[in-house]
Design a protein around this ligand. Structure first.
Ligand code: GLP
Length: 245
């Protein structure tokens, strides 16, 4: 059994290539891999490299399954800021994933409770998640599980913290445009993935990375739970790892 590997890459470019190789290896190793993929700035270039490798090496994703971790409530799939749009545009619509093997919760769904039920049922149909690619917020949130979320939380509509909303203000144009709620997998659902690849890059993530690796395991830092996952790899660039030594 593999327990918490930490890989530190010299710069953001090496980080992107290493993460892309990791995802590619998984697709080669298990042709019907079920992926759960984080959106966000950290993974954006990673997925471009996955698509490059898909083209160069003819990696086959036609039997792979994929879902997102979360979505902004009220943001439609056609909106470039939605997790739906970003994940389709960066990887799922560019490699040969089949639409029928993809599930992405819709932020504009009429019945969010029903959307959550379908979300959880789809992951069951996938046979669980083989590789979950996880980003982390600067306050330690994972998906939209903000500080204070119980570790046994499951699929739900969750409020975004003020810190997360401020972090996303530039991306949405201004703070008042950032949604107040998200559709999200819970911490328990994330921990049920067979393997987790946690990605963090940049100086803004250094403090939280130090806390999740060396600090107490505490629901005030949701990501601190990943330390007990039986198959975890943490991939960092030098800046995100700068407070570890
Ligand atoms: C968002 C998402 C997370 C994502 C995190 C990090 O709030 N809900 O799924 O992993 O922020 O985003 P970024 O990579 O842009 O820092």
């Amino acid at each position: 059994m593999k327990v918490m590997d930490i890989i530190i890459k010299e710069n953001a470019g090496d980080f992107d290539r290493e993460a892309a190789m990791y995802i590619t290896r998984q697709a080669v190793k298990k042709r019907d891999t079920a992926f759960c993929l984080a959106t966000g700035d950290t993974t954006f270039n990673v997925y471009s490299h996955v698509v490059e490798l898909f083209r160069e090496l003819k990696v086959d994703y036609s039997q792979c399954k994929a879902c997102n971790l979360d979505e902004y409530l009220g943001i439609a799939p056609s909106d470039e800021r939605s997790c739906y749009f970003r994940i389709m545009d960066s990887i799922l619509g560019k490699a040969n994933f089949k639409q029928e093997n993809i599930f992405l919760p819709r932020g504009d769904c009429e019945n969010p409770e029903k959307e959550l039920t379908v979300f959880s049922e789809k992951i069951n149909c996938f046979g669980g998640i083989d590789l979950l690619v996880l980003g982390i917020g600067s306050n330690g949130h994972i998906a939209f599980n903000e500080p204070g979320t119980p570790f046994d939380s499951s699929f739900r509509i969750a409020p975004l913290s003020e810190k997360t909303r401020k972090d996303k203000a530039d991306f949405f144009g201004s703070l008042d445009k950032v949604p107040k709620f998200g559709i999200t997998m819970g911490i328990k659902d994330i921990m049920m993935a067979k393997e987790i690849l946690l990605l963090a890059k940049g100086r803004a993530k250094a403090e939280i990375i130090k806390r999740i690796i060396h600090g107490p395991m505490d629901s005030d830092i949701p990501a601190s739970i990943v330390r007990v996952h039986p198959s975890l790899t943490i991939l960092l660039d030098k800046m995100a790892a700068s407070l570890l030594m």
